[in-house]
Design a protein. Structure first.
Length: 233
């Protein structure tokens, strides 16, 4: 049974969403603000967090920033209907997905399940002797899918599930272009729609993280209007 942390200052959302998730077989923990959630996460992390952005004491952005210092667990943001800036900023900071308010609870459940399936695959709980599970070395890059580990020039880089899958998809075939649609298929379940900006935001965040290990990292090339390509260095 996966444990989902639901963090929102709207008690109606906490009550209704937690009831839906529990009916779907999840264990749910609810928190009224980011600081309360962080205090609990410092003791034990859930399997996934669903965070509202605008909350008292500590908002969702601040909480995500603290979380990304210690864990790559999947995170979904709940954003306001017209708040595109928050969506893009949240993805750049390391969120895996976002759902706009007001939202369909069925859609939220599907996105949670999609992220958990991807996390299980990356963690090696779904293991098979495939290209997706073998250790991959591409120049200075080493990726171990079963351990969800990435290193560049021997330095470890912590990636979210989505970032890991995107980098893996690009690096598997150096020199070949992956369109945004192809990357969406890799990173998201068929039932989850995302737009081009979502993929672009994840790639920007991925590059930024790789440059923490190497300021000159340039292996991921943008082909404007086409997609992205990994160039082995």
């Amino acid at each position: 049974m996966s444990k989902i942390a639901l963090v929102d200052d709207d008690r109606n959302i906490l009550t209704s969403v937690s009831m839906t998730l529990e009916a779907e077989g999840f264990e749910v923990e609810t928190y009224n603000d980011g600081q309360q959630a962080l205090d609990a996460f410092n003791k034990k992390l859930p399997d996934m967090a669903v965070l509202d952005i605008k909350m008292p004491r500590m908002d969702g952005m601040d909480l995500l920033q603290r979380l990304r210092q210690k864990t790559a667990m999947p995170v979904i943001f709940l954003t306001s209907k017209d708040d595109e800036i928050d969506e893009v900023l949240g993805l750049r900071m390391g969120a895996d997905d976002y759902v706009k308010k007001p939202f369909s609870q069925r859609l939220l459940v599907e996105r949670i399940r999609a992220l958990l399936r991807r996390q299980e695959a990356v963690d090696g709980e779904i293991v098979g002797d495939t290209e997706e599970t073998k250790i991959m070395e591409r120049g200075e890059l080493t990726m171990d899918p079963l351990r969800h580990s990435v290193s560049w020039k021997g330095q470890d880089v912590t990636l979210t599930v989505t970032e890991f899958l995107l980098l893996q998809a690009l690096a598997q075939r150096p020199g070949f272009v992956k369109s945004r649609d192809q990357l969406m298929d890799v990173a998201y379940d068929d039932q989850v729609y995302v737009d081009d900006r979502t993929i672009d935001s994840h790639i920007k965040r991925l590059r930024k993280k790789m440059r923490t290990a190497d300021n000159d990292f340039s292996a991921i090339e943008t082909l404007y209007g086409i997609g992205y390509r990994y160039n082995e260095e």
